[in-house]
Structures are given as C-alpha cells and as structure tokens.
Design a protein around this ligand. Sequence first.
Ligand SMILES: [Zn+2]
Length: 479
Amino acid sequence: MRTVTEIDRFIEENRDQFIKISDQIWSIAETRFEEYQSAELLCQALEAEDFQVERGVGGIETAFIASFGSGNPVVGILGEYDALSGLSQKKQSSNKESILQNGNGHGCGHNLFGASVFAAILAVKKMMIEQNLYGTIRFYGCPGEEGGSGKTFMVREGLFDDVDVALTWHPGNFTGMFTSTTLANYQVYFKFSGTASHAANSPHLGRSALDAVELMNVGVNYLREHIIPEARIHYAIVNSGGLSPNVVQSEAEVLYLIRAPQLNEVNAIFERVSKIARGAAMMTETEVNMKFDKACSNYIPNHTIGKLMQENLSLFSQPSYDEAEMTFANQMMEKITEDDLRSTISEVRRLYRTELPEQMKDELFFREVLPYYESTEIMFGSTDVGDVSWITPTAQFWGPCFIFGTPFHSWQLVSQGATSIAHKGMLYSGKVLAKTALDLFLQPQVIEDAKHELLEKRDGVPYVSPIPLDVKPSPLNQK
Ligand SMILES: [Zn+2]
C-alpha cells in the first residue's frame, strides 16, 4: 500500500504541471500526423525530467519514445495527443459554440491521454529510483490515432519489438477494463478519372468520374446484404469533382473504410469492393486508381495483465466532484440525449455482462469500477492499439473523465476536455498506469504468463502488418 500512497501523493503534488500540459494540448488541437507542437511539448517536458527522448521515431515526425532505466523488463505506456477536425468548441460551455470556425477540437480526450502518461511515467521513474528497480520504462508518443493508425505504422517499423508489456487507457465516461476485442480495418481511396466536357453542349464527349463514384457507392450498398453482420463499410466522397454542374466532372474520389472482426475478413470484403470499383469504372468508361491509406488489426485483450490492472483501478479513489462541477455537469446533461444515455447503458451491459440499472441514466457520473469480465463481445469500433496487442501483451482501461453518456467525437466531449472534471479522471488514470507498471517490474512471472496467454490466443497466426510497406502515414487532406 505504500506504493499506492506514494504514487497518489506524487501525482497530486504535481497535478498543476500535468493539467497545464493537458490544457495546452487541448488548445493546440492538432490533427493526425501534424501534432508538431503537442509532441514537442511532451518531449521537452520529458527531457526536463531527465528522460532520454528520441523524436521522429519510425520515420514519423510526430512520434517519439521517451525512456528511463535499462535492460528488461521493458514496459511501454502508450500515449496519444491528436485531435479531430471540425470540432472546435469552447471549453466548459454547455452550448455548442466554436472557438474557430471549422477548427479542430479534442473530441476524443487525447489531450488527457498524453498528459496522464506523462504523469504516470514520472511517478514510475521516481519509484524505480527509490525502490532500486531494474528495467526500462518507455513513454510511446503515438500520433495519428484518429483515422491514421499511427501505432500500426510504429509496429510495422519494429518500434515495439523488444517491449515486454504495453499498457494504456482511454478517457471515457466510466471506469472499467477494456476487455473486448475490436474490429480490424482497411482505409482505401478510390480515385476515378474521366473526361471533362460541356455538360449541355457536348455531354456525349464527357466521361463522368462523379458518376463512377455514385455507381460504386450504389454497388457497395447492394453488397451490404451479403457480408457478415459484424462487418461495417463506410465511405466519404472526398472529391466530388468541382462545384459546377455544367461541367462533366473528370475527377472524383471516394474514401472507403472497411471493418470486420478479423483482417482476412476485411481483406475479402475489400477485394469485393475493389471489383465493384472496377465495374463502376467500366460502366462509365473512366479509370480507377486505388491508394491504400491505412489499416489496423483487431485488439487482443490480455487478461493476465488486465486482471492486475483491474485491482489497481480499485486501489485509487474514484474522482469526487464539488458543487461547481456538479452544477456544470447538470447543465451539460441537458445536452446529452436520452438516446445517448440509453445507448451507453446498453453498451456497458453488453460488454461487461453487468446489471447496470436503467436509473443510471438519471446519474451525472458513473462512480464505481466495473467488474472484470472476460468478454467475448466485439466493441464495434477500431483501435490501432490492436496491432500493439498482437506483438506484445497489452492491457487498457477506460478512465472516468466525462459526464455519463457523453458521446465520443462530439462538441460535448470537447467542452468537458479541459475542465477540472476531466483533469480528475486524467490524474486518476495516470496513477493506475503507474501502479500497474511498477507491479510488473516486481512480478516477472506475470509478464511470462501474459506472454504465454498471447501466444495461446494467436494460436500460431503470425503477425503481418496490414499496411503495405510502401504506404506512408499521411495527414488529413493529403493523399
Ligand atoms: Zn480516442
């Protein structure tokens, strides 16, 4: 218990430093692979604390690794700091009001994510020195999680090859381990090229790339009935060919995101989508070019590490809130719909097999720790933590940062991301990460058991990067 008290005291005593970084990253709000200032903030803070920092790892400018100690075990903690485009929002406001029109916003709480790992790793370093612990602790600065699969690129570059265990968390609106698997995915651009012409005077000379995009989408929408129910296909028209209806559009492009429980299933659907694209090109006498953007694997939760982390979730007190925070939470709750609340409750029930009462929708905060459940359910989303989990035992949890029912990637979440409510969850999560990392330094057998569990779950399936070697990470709007 001494370690718990010391971690708690250290993180609370230095809370202003961690909160400052989190709020700065919240304000900067940089999107995928352009998190230059956010990454630099963390790198400089880590260097000031005597960590060895390597910037631009794996050829990704905004990725970094900060480490302390030497030898094994190597415990890696993953931190993120990327924002989402179009979600600019004033902080602590219960009204939707942007700071900057079309600006970015931290709609997934990754500002808290990066800063909490900073808090955790500082606490770990302090305790490693005090307790004379042998091993290496690393902060993996992971950019481009939102639509970029930054970690999958980092895994492909071999950055996790010598890691014994990876730990992480995600800001959420309840506390519990992330024990479900997730969907693997591919993200691919389909660009059609045709012939421009005057749409009234010489339409017969035009070959419309926009028609091809539309026909492709119609074809894929018919495909949906004939794929496995767990799969998901989404698309966005990223170039509709221009704003003039009196021109036959010679260029048009659509971005597809294809998800399924296993990579081979994603690949099979991708092959069928590609056939539809070629069919659309044939129908319209246009040409189609495919460009692979990114991909990620399904997540393999490691229960050996997960159960250790679960114990630590209960060792630190859950955040409590003062009157001002409760007032704000009440105002914010007005902007969270009944449907959002019901959906959060049913998702918790499904993923944790727990009897969460319907009355939970009348509460402002989730104040307990969900019991551990070795879930066989799929969480219908994707994470690039998936690729890390294929090559090293990985555990992650949801930390209590937002009002219960707050939807992700929403203005409501951005608004809460730089409030004392979110800060409390961030500090709590940093403590849990630190304690789990320290436990691992002291319990080598757990690491061995965790590795054994991973081998068993992979069942001889080798890890192959889902991203082809020639594909580089790309920022938004650059293909
Ligand atoms: Zn996220």
